[in-house]
Design a protein. Sequence first.
Length: 168
Amino acid sequence: MRDELRNTCCVPLYKTRSKPDMTTKKQSCWLSLSLAILIIAPTPALGSTSDHGLIAEFEGSLGGWRVRSRDNICGLSNPRQLTQPARVNYKQVLRATEEMKDLVRRNIDPSSAEGQILRQRAVDRVRRASSLVMQSQGYCSVWKRISHKDARSVAEVTGEVVASLSAA
């Protein structure tokens, strides 16, 4: 019977194997990452109260930023890592680029191939200019839209980005 099965086009049932379970690989990866974090993280001394205020402040700043990932222009994109983000009026900055001015001046259709190329170049120029402003003024990231749940203010750097567009 086995010889007959070998001569068929189908693979016999006893030769088939189930694929390895990917969850075990993911679990081992997460476990090793968790252990590495636990080993690196300092443990507070017993009875120390001075670290308690610092830990509470750190935990309070973990969440709270209201952002969408597509609104990130440059810098940190994880809201849990943000310390000092900045915001720009993206439409205004995009309109100030030479590429978008050229697009309007020559009346090019934005959905055409040349229009898409010019728009992408403008987006790249805005990203470079935002990165220059971010690095020079000490911000951790630049966003199109960002807010915090406790209504803390976010620096508006639209003017600086527009001014640095010629350098980018």
